[in-house]
Design a protein around this ligand. Sequence first.
Ligand SMILES: *Cc1c(COP(=O)(O)O)cnc(C)c1O
Length: 409
Amino acid sequence: MLNRRELIRRLSSFPVIGGIVGSVAPFSVLAAPAQKTPPKRDVFKELGVRTFINAAGTYTAMTGSLMRDEVMDAINFTSKEFCMLDEAQDKVGEQIARLVHAEAAVVTSGAFSGMTLGLAGILTGMDVKKVEQLPHLEYTGMKSEVIIQKGHDIVYNHALTNTGCKIVWVETAEDVAKAVNERTALMHFLHIQSDLGKIQHEEWVALGKKYNVPTSIDIAADVPPVSNLWRFNDMGFSFVVISGGKALRGPQSAGLLMGKKEIIAAARLHMPPRGFNIGRGFKINKEEIFGMYVAIDSYIKYDHDKEWKEWEAGIAHIQNAVKSVPGVTTEVKVPMLGNHTPTLHITWNESVKITSQKLKENLRNASPSIEIAGGGEPNNVQVTVFMLKPGQEKIVATRLKEELTKAVA
Ligand SMILES: *Cc1c(COP(=O)(O)O)cnc(C)c1O
């Protein structure tokens, strides 16, 4: 038991709580639970950084996605101890590989770096001298060309030319036959634009096998469906890359390179902690490595049907609100190849006097601030709900309806 003097001494060292603790405090105050934890430091506010409701989607410019709680738990937990970086990659890679039906896997700093590293691994194999020579390919004996279909042209293919390779563009299987030569390192495929190419996945893999050239596929934004995590490994692509920070809701600066054992092993020669390579800048910390493991493990176990129904309900709520505005029409579309989530397209006629850019601006500049997608056309915007927190669909519905209604007057 504390004596009275000790009690008073301790009590007087507590900060005064709202002036309740006076000189003659009732005993019940002494026994009251400890003071509430002080509010967390709000660095957004402190620095004046706008936060917003994300009804747009998983855009890098909008910082991608929000990590799931279990991912943050893994990040916080692993931040308290040291471990060897390679051991973290070994053990996590082994488990992820098993989950995605790949021979091997490694956590990268995004799908983009996964593409660079996978190709780098193919170019050098386990030859450390070659690893040091990249991105210089001339007179090294390394291959130097990557074959891609014209329809699969996208800015992210720069990840492949970062190795020093050049792209050879093809359209047909005959073009591939002509393009393959002793310099061909890889045949790369872009899933999200597979409808824009003449050659589909299986045929691409078969052509690679026929000419003894490894094949790769970029599925960065292409879950859901969850089965895409293993579909292309099962199909026989030599390596597959996906983003960690899109619908997987892992770390935004992480991704996954998965595929053939020898490619992943060689790719790791180009990664930290090693520093004689083109990939030293693609550092990934242990927290993100474990975060990716938990993101993928829990994503696979997730109730995807339930989540899909929640998305549909959210979209329906917003749709019902905005379609009641005269002159406004709506349509729900689901992109099939990537960003596979119900997407509400909102279109209006000339009786609604607002441009899509102005609508986006009005939503952005109000409180709470809201981001939506679209705006390429003057009278059409798009909304998704897969990045919303529960209940935010109500705010988005109300604000969209308000702004569109105002514009009718
Ligand atoms: C987002 C994206 C990338 C880049 O992925 P990161 O994980 O941000 O490196 C590459 N390709 C496609 C098709 C993408 O959508």
